[in-house]
Write a protein that binds this ligand. Structure first.
Ligand SMILES: CSC[C@H]1O[C@H](OP(=O)(O)O)[C@H](O)[C@@H]1O
Length: 380
C-alpha cells in the first residue's frame, strides 16, 4: 500500500502573501524538505536546479508561477517569459505559463480589476493541475491495457529511465504511473530502475517512489541495461517525454535513445508515456527540439553529495570524480526517432505506429474531446 506522500507542489495564500510551495527534489531521498517560493526568480531557480522538475509538473510550476506574479502585482508577461525560458526542452513549462498568462490577460481585457484578473489566473492554474491529475489516471489505464495486449500473462519485468511518477505530475505520473497501475493489479514482477546519471533521478527518485509503492525493484547503472536485455530480463521499456515533435520524435532524459536502440535490437516494446500536452505540433521534427545543455560539473562532481554531507569519494576538498578542470559533455536530453518507438501512450489514447498522422489524431482527439480511434489509434 502506498505510503502517504508529501505534496509535490502547491499554491498557498499566506498572511504574508501568496507562495508556491514545492517538495525540493534535490534533497530526496534522504530528506523530504519543502521550499517556499515567494517570487518568480526564486521559482526559476528551483526549476533550473531541478528542485522541481519533470515535464507535466514544470507545466504546473509555470502556471502557478504566473498566478503568483499576478497576485503579487508583478509584471505578468515578464513573469511568463522568465518561467517559459527557465528550461528550454520541456514544452509543458512554457505551455503552463502561457496558458495562465492568457487567462489573466483575457480577464484584464474584459475590464476586470487586477485582483479579479489575478483570481482568474489562479483558477486557470488550478484547472491545469486538476486536468493533469485526471490525465495521469487516463494514461495509467491506456498504458496498462496496452501492456496486457503487447505482453500478455502478467509477471512483467519493466525497465524505466529517469523519474516519471508523482514527482513529475499532478497525479500518479506518466510512465511510472502506468507501472504503479500494473503493480497494483499484481502484474509487476520487477521494475528495473536506471540510476540515470548524472543527477540520478532514477536511483534517488524512482527508487523513492517504488519503495513507497512496495514494488520489487532494482537500481542499475545505466550501462548495465544492455546486459539485462541480453539476458532476456526485460519485457518492456517505459519512459516519459519532455517534448514530442509533430513527427513523433521524442526528447527525453539523456540515455533514452540508446535504450530505444537496445529495445529494437532485442525485440522489446519501447513505450513513451506522456500527456498530450507534451506534444508540440509547432516543432515538426526532432531536429527542431532544443536540447538543454547543462553544467559539466554535474558530470565531474558529486555535487549534492557534498552539499548534503553524503558519503562519497573526496579529493582536493571537493567531491570531484574527474581531474580538476576536466571538460564534460552534459546534454540533459536526447532525441529518439519515432521509428524506434513502439507506441506513444497519452491521456487521449495510444498512437501506434507512431507517425505524424497518429500524433495529429491524438491532438485532435484532445481538442474535440473524443478519444482517438482509427489509423493505428487504439480505443481508450
Ligand atoms: C514525465 S516528465 C519526466 C521527464 O522529465 C525528466 O527530465 P528532468 O528530470 O530533467 O526534468 C526526464 O526527461 C523524464 O522523462
Amino acid at each position: 500500500m502506498a505510503e502517504e506522500s508529501v505534496p509535490v507542489l502547491r499554491y498557498e495564500e499566506r498572511p504574508e502573501g501568496p507562495v508556491v510551495v514545492l517538495l525540493d527534489q534535490t534533497r530526496l531521498p534522504a530528506q523530504e524538505v519543502e521550499r517556499v517560493c515567494t517570487d518568480v526568480p526564486g521559482l526559476v531557480e528551483a526549476i533550473q536546479s531541478l528542485a522541481v522538475r519533470g515535464a507535466p509538473l514544470l507545466g504546473l510550476a509555470g502556471g502557478y508561477g504566473v498566478a503568483l506574479a499576478a497576485a503579487r502585482g508583478f509584471d505578468v508577461a515578464d513573469a511568463a517569459e522568465q518561467l517559459a525560458q527557465a528550461r528550454p526542452t520541456a514544452v509543458n513549462l512554457a505551455y503552463g505559463a502561457r496558458r495562465v498568462q492568457g487567462a489573466y490577460e483575457a480577464a484584464v481585457r474584459a475590464g476586470g480589476a487586477p485582483e479579479g484578473a489575478a483570481a482568474h489566473a489562479l483558477a486557470e492554474a488550478r484547472t491545469l493541475h486538476r486536468e493533469d491529475a485526471e490525465a495521469s489516471d487516463r494514461i495509467a489505464g491506456h498504458g496498462s491495457a496496452l501492456l496486457e495486449e503487447l505482453v500478455p500473462g502478467g509477471g512483467l519485468r519493466i525497465l524505466t529511465h529517469c523519474n516519471t511518477g508523482s514527482l513529475v505530475s499532478g497525479g500518479k505520473g506518466t510512465a511510472l504511473g502506468v507501472v504503479k497501475a500494473v503493480h497494483r493489479a499484481g502484474e509487476l514482477r520487477r521494475l528495473w530502475v536506471d540510476e540515470t546519471r548524472p543527477l540520478l533521478q532514477g536511483a534517488r527518485l524512482t527508487a523513492y517512489e517504488a519503495a513507497k509503492e512496495g514494488m520489487a525493484y532494482s537500481v542499475l547503472v545505466d550501462g548495465a541495461a544492455g546486459a539485462l536485455f541480453a539476458a532476456g530480463e526485460v519485457d518492456a521499456v517505459l519512459v516519459g517525454a519532455d517534448r514530442i515533435a509533430a513527427d513523433g520524435s521524442v526528447a527525453n532524459k539523456v540515455g533514452t535513445y540508446p535504450l530505444a536502440v537496445l529495445a529494437r535490437y532485442h525485440g522489446v516494446p519501447f513505450l513513451v508515456v506522456a500527456p498530450v500536452t507534451t506534444v508540440d505540433l509547432e516543432t515538426g521534427t526532432g531536429e527542431g527540439i532544443e536540447v538543454e545543455q547543462r553544467s559539466g560539473q554535474e558530470v565531474t562532481e558529486l555535487l549534492w553529495a557534498r552539499e548534503r554531507g553524503g558519503a562519497g569519494p573526496e579529493s582536493g576538498g571537493g567531491f570531484s570524480l574527474a581531474p580538476v578542470g576536466a571538460q564534460a559533455y552534459n546534454p540533459a536530453f536526447d532525441v529518439t526517432p519515432s521509428s524506434l518507438v513502439t507506441a506513444i501512450v497519452t491521456d487521449q489514447g495510444v498512437a501506434s505506429p507512431v507517425t505524424a498522422e497518429s500524433i495529429a489524431a491524438l491532438c485532435s482527439a484532445s481538442r474535440t474531446g473524443t478519444t482517438g480511434s482509427g489509423n493505428g489509434m487504439m480505443r481508450a
